[in-house]
Design a protein around this ligand. Structure first.
Ligand SMILES: [Zn+2]
Length: 204
């Protein structure tokens, strides 16, 4: 006997004497009523449980789908980031390769050009003056270009201790008179003297 039950007056319905301490109801009849009530409500309870299960399942499925979609989007974003990172890395490598090659080639080409210029100073000087004369339209058609170049070679290979320049006796762009870029108007003079002369011509 549990402390919440006791034996009392026999039940008018079933004749049993076991009653609940609280309310003094017949235990046998109370259980029978509960069973009847349970059966009456069982179907309702089952359909409630089914509905609840279905709703939970749907919720779970929705949550799973949302999570999957989120993960898929995250994977896609990560793949895009990685692709962009690799593109950056490749681009940086390309830039580095080309600038290194540019420096290497430039050094090689500059070295070649400067070696040529050192060995052929007269060609450069002749061509510079020829360009200047052409610009000034002071080279006549009859000018002997080979003879002019020889004058520049003479200046470049002159044994004098100071650099020798080729000078236009009558300047190409004089103040009062303009000379021609022809061998007859050329002479080899010390560089210092040429720089001091500065396009002045004394026509005496
Ligand atoms: Zn009873």
């Amino acid at each position: 006997m549990t402390p919440n039950k006791h034996h009392g007056a026999p039940c008018a319905t079933c004749g049993g004497t076991l009653r609940y301490v609280t309310g003094n109801n017949c235990v046998t009849c109370a259980i029978a009523r509960a069973k009847l009530h349970y059966r009456a409500n069982a179907e309702k309870a089952r359909s409630r449980a089914r509905a609840l299960h279905q709703s939970n399942a749907e919720k779970t499925r929705n949550e799973r789908e949302a999570l999957n979609a989120e993960r898929k989007a995250a994977r896609k974003a990560a793949a895009t980031r990685e692709r962009e990172r690799l593109a950056e890395v490749r681009k940086a490598a390309r830039v580095e390769y080309h600038s290194a090659r540019y420096l290497r080639e430039r050094e090689r080409i500059c070295a070649m050009t400067s070696a040529y210029a050192k060995a052929n100073r007269h060609v450069i000087n002749a061509s510079t003056q020829r360009y200047r004369a052409a610009t000034l339209k002071r080279t006549p058609a009859w000018a002997d270009l080979n003879a002019i170049r020889d004058v520049y070679l003479d200046a470049a290979t002159h044994p004098a201790s100071e650099p020798m320049h080729v000078d236009h006796v009558i300047p190409l762009q004089g103040r009062n008179v303009s000379g021609l870029h022809v061998v007859e108007n050329l002479r080899v003079i010390p560089g210092s003297e040429n720089c001091a002369k500065c396009n002045r011509f004394d026509p005496d």
